[in-house]
Design a protein around this ligand. Structure first.
Ligand code: ATP
Length: 912
């Protein structure tokens, strides 16, 4: 680090950026910030500054306070209803009932509070996982750091796809273009450079500054951090307060709507029961109380809360499996995904490239990396003796942004460029030495449209450009070949293209190298190239891809490859991993523009393809359109800066955590933290499980509520004594429904979730099958409780309070057993997701203990109007409570044929 101290700035203290850094030369800004841009800060100094300036955050993340969370629990229709019920109870002088309703209120709020708190904490944990990073130079070395840790004076390295992590004075720029629309509203990218601007230049005209939150869309560069956190332009203009709050997902909204609708249905039913009860001569007060209790009990206020928990827990499970969901609704969409569109390089392949073959006009060479030698016709050669080979390798070493450490045998940057540096090293070409000999004066960064990259170098008094890129593009711009610059005609180009095909057919990734000799420093690399040869890289498929592709197929999901690479390479890899079958054809990007005018049949034909090669990011957008048009729900994997629109357009955009650009991550709904394609399979699995669980507990909770309404309603209509007392209804609602529902929400799913087709995306949470099941179970529980009530009086001759205890216990126990009806079709009664869910067993044990306490602890028994019923009474209650389960067993058959497959779509059910 340079130790020259700049003049102290009294208003800002030492180490702070000077005012108006855009108007000062870079070295003045760097000097004031006491940093050498070539070395960066030292770690100790950075740490000191971090303490002084604080983390680089726009606002301290304000977690939702516990108090705010508690208060939020009391702001709902259900609470208002409960309060009204309490007021009515007080009006009737029913102190016990009023106290019980107060208890319901408190317990309900407590459950809501703890559930929501857990959901929020899970979200916070997820957010920490999703922290952004920046490439920084410190102590002379570049490394990745969490962007939060940047301090004024840090030197940040930027490349296309990065999000600018702090305000910076640009200190190096190569074709650097920045999208500042988030800051200035200007939609077209602006060019950045190091020349100072006039002091009064407005924000959009400060071409020497890079602003936090903007995106690098093209080129690369470096900058010295001048402001972090709130001391940045975006920090100044926004008062963005990030809390840990999150929006509702469509699924949660659907559940909330369902609960609200059911509130009115239940209130109407309660009113009918009251009127009929009073009309048939029952005490009016008792009937009003019963209706209040019924209304309170039957309202499914737990649904949205439990759904939030199920989502949060599921997302945490997904994150543990390296799938970080950035956008909640994606969880639901995952379950209905029908097509995954993936690129190739780095997603399906290892992205640990090695140069395997080099073809120059002087012959074909292969590289033995283990021995670090180059071979020709099987024999080791001295590469330096072949000037054609040396020149081809030199272009690969010069035209690069990567770094390679030959001692550590590792590098940073684009793996293909690292591989070129490694191969160059074998021929004695060290990048630092070559750059000293041929200093780089300009760079034309890689562009997906031209598919090539070029760097301009000084050589003696002149300049030349080193070019590398897709062979067909480079060859098309070349008219000479080799170090003697012999003429290259169409026949020659065709011969080389055949070589490209031959290498690509082996699954190799092929790149062409060329030079533009005797050019100026401002070289335009569009034609007149001298072609030097081909470099072929081995980038083998990851070993877990074939299984992952097969698993997705098994789950009814199509996998399609859309790559920027050569068709033969694409086909080779896609065959190896099982995406393309024998004899499958490749669709080339060049064939896609005709889609606009294509007939519906032609479009459909294209949409059936599995391998698309040499497609540009814009064409990926077109492809998504095509797939969506044919009814697919598309998940797209992308990592480049240009992939952002397609990631947004896809139903689920998936970005890579390690390799992907920050821009892609921002556009994506989900990030694969380990960059592994197979993680998608896990994500789909978890997504389906979450949805299944939400369906499962909704069906459970609603059928329990329905049972309570039906048992009371049924008794009133047929003229039986009330089978449940008001407080008993409240107790059931708090105990027997809630805990098993939570347990179902936390379930880890069935083994076969991936063996079924995706769920139709528009399908409601509760399908007709689910409603039918709820009606049947609700009625069965109600009927067995009424049967128990009658038997208790007739057979056992129990008194009024005792018969009610029997019917209460029957409902309570039947609801507990009812949880076992939540297994899925195709699973046996003894081996299924419910039996295997340890939370269910805990919930049952807890509920049983609470029920026993209700009957045997005198204070509770008195409050709940429960009486001792003796062994016979218990036998009757237990026996009758088992009837719905046993009945269901016969109705459903061993394999549960009438049960829903929780995740299965209506279409599939109809088909069966
Ligand atoms: P995928 O789309 O599967 O990631 P890809 O990396 O081949 O594959 P692109 O990044 O669009 O796709 O690249 C298209 C082509 O451009 C490559 O096949 C290669 O020939 C060329 N290319 C890629 N990166 C560079 C680079 N850094 N310099 C020069 N040429 C490159």
């Amino acid at each position: 680090m340079r130790s020259t101290a700049g003049p102290a700035l009294p208003d800002m203290g030492p180490d702070a950026a000077p005012p108006d850094p855009h108007s000062l030369p870079v070295d003045v800004v760097a000097e004031r910030l006491r940093v050498d841009p070539h070395a960066g800060l030292s770690e100790e100094e950075a740490e000191r500054r971090l303490r002084r300036f604080g983390p680089n955050l726009l606002a301290a993340r304000r977690p939702v306070s516990d108090l705010a969370l508690i208060l939020r629990q009391f702001a709902s229709t259900v609470v208002a209803l409960l309060a009204a019920a309490m007021a009515l109870s007080l009006l009737f002088g029913e102190w016990q009932q009023a106290a019980a309703i107060a208890a319901v209120l408190v317990i309900n709020a407590a459950i809501g509070f703890f559930t929501e708190r857990q959901a929020i904490r899970s979200m916070e944990a997820l957010r920490r996982l999703g922290a952004r990073s920046a490439r920084v130079r410190r102590h002379g070395h570049s490394r990745r750091l969490p962007a939060e840790q940047l301090v004024p004076g840090d030197v940040v390295l930027l490349e296309a796809g990065d999000v600018v992590p702090a305000d910076m004075r640009c200190s190096e720029a190569a074709g650097l273009r920045i999208d500042e629309s988030a800051l200035t509203g200007e939609s077209s990218p602006v060019e950045k450079g190091i020349a100072p601007n006039v002091v009064e230049a407005p924000l959009p005209d400060r071409s020497a500054m890079l602003f936090k939150g903007s995106h690098v869309v093209h080129g690369g560069g470096e900058g010295v951090v001048t402001g972090t956190g709130l001391a940045t332009e975006v920090g100044r203009i926004t008062q963005l307060v990030e809390t840990a709050e999150r929006g509702e997902t469509p699924l949660e909204r659907q559940l909330a709507l369902l609960s609200r609708q059911l509130v009115w249905l239940m209130l109407a039913l309660a009113a009918v029961i009251t009127v009929v009860g009073i009309a048939s001569g029952r005490p009016a007060v008792l009937m009003v109380e019963t209706s209040i209790a019924l209304a309170v009990a039957a309202i499914p206020e737990g649904l949205p809360i439990v759904a939030a928990l199920a989502l949060a827990r599921g997302m945490l499970r997904m994150a543990r499996r390296n799938a970080l969901v950035e956008n909640l609704p994606a969880v639901e969409t995952l379950g209905s995904t029908t097509l995954v569109m993936t690129d190739k390089t780095g997603t399906l392949t290892e992205n640990r490239m090695e140069v395997e073959r080099i073809l120059t006009p002087s012959g074909e060479f292969s590289v033995d990396h283990r021995r670090a030698v180059i071979l020709k016709d099987g024999a080791t050669i001295d590469p330096v003796a072949d000037p054609q080979l040396v020149k081809a390798l030199l272009v690969g070493v010069l035209c690069s942004n990567a770094e390679y450490d030959s001692h550590a045998r590792s590098g940073t940057g684009d793996p293909m460029e690292v591989a070129l540096l490694r191969a160059g090293g074998i021929a004695g070409l060290n990048r630092d030495e070559q750059i000293s000999a041929f200093p780089e004066v300009a760079e034309h960064p890689f562009d997906t449209a031209t598919k090539r990259m070029a760097t301009v170098h000084r050589s003696g008094n002149g300049h030349f450009a080193a070019v590398k890129g897709a062979p067909e593009e480079v060859l098309a711009s070349a008219d000479r070949i080799g170090i003697r610059a012999d003429p290259l005609d169409d026949a020659g180009r065709a011969r080389w293209l055949r070589q490209v095909d031959r290498l690509a057919a082996e699954g190799l990734r092929v790149l062409a190298v060329a030079v533009l000799p005797e050019t100026g420093p401002e070289a335009r690399v569009s034609g007149g190239l001298v072609f030097l040869g081909l470099v072929a890289f081995r980038d083998p498929p990851r070993h877990d891809i074939p299984d992952a592709v097969a698993a997705l197929r098994g789950a009814g999901i199509r996998v399609v490859m859309a790559t920027g690479d050569h068709p033969s390479t694409a086909l080779g890899i896609s065959r190896a991993v099982g995406i393309a079958e024998e004899g499958a054809a490749v669709t080339r990007g060049a064939e896609l523009p005709c889609l606009e005018g294509a007939t519906a049949a032609e479009r459909r034909a294209v949409s059936r393809g599995a391998v698309f090669a040499r497609v540009s990011p814009e064409q990926k957008l077109e492809l998504i359109d095509l797939f969506q048009e044919s009814g697919e729900v598309v998940a797209m994997i992308g990592d480049g800066v240009n992939d952002a629109p397609a990631l947004t357009k896809a139903d689920i955009g998936i970005a890579m955590g390690e390799r992907g650009t920050e821009v892609a991550r921002e556009a994506a709904d989900m990030v694969l933290l380990d960059d592994a394609f197979s993680t998608i399979v896990q994500a789909v699995r978890e997504g389906r499980i979450i949805f299944d669980n939400i369906r499962r507990f909704s069906t459970y909770l609603l059928s329990c509520n329905l049972a309570e309404v039906l048992v009371v309603g049924g008794a009133v209509f047929v003229g039986l004594p009330l089978p449940l007392m008001p407080l008993q209804i409240l107790f059931l609602n708090l105990v027997t429904d809630v805990f098993p529902a939570f347990a179902l929400a936390a379930g880890e799913g069935e083994g076969d979730v991936l063996a079924r087709p995706p769920r139709p995306p528009k399908e409601a949470i509760l399908t007709p099958t689910q409603w039918r099941i709820m009606a049947v179970y609700g009625a069965a529980i109600a009927a067995s409780a009424l049967f128990a009530l009658v038997m208790a009086a007739r057979w056992l001759g129990l008194a009024a309070g005792e018969t009610t205890t029997v019917s209460f216990l029957t409902v309570a126990l039947a609801q507990l057993w009812h949880v076992f009806n939540m297994r899925s079709r195709g699973t046996g009664p003894w081996r299924n997701a419910v039996i295997g869910n340890r939370f269910v067993w805990w919930a049952l044990a807890l509920c049983l203990a609470l029920i026993l306490a209700a009957v045997h602890v005198p204070v509770l028994a008195a409050a709940l109007q429960l009486a001792p019923i003796g062994a016979q009474g218990w036998a009757l209650a237990v026996g009758c409570s088992l009837l719905p389960l046993v009945g269901a067993h016969f109705w459903l058959g061993r394999t549960g044929r009438a049960l829903p497959r929780w995740g299965a779509g209506a279409r599939e059910l109809a088909r069966e």
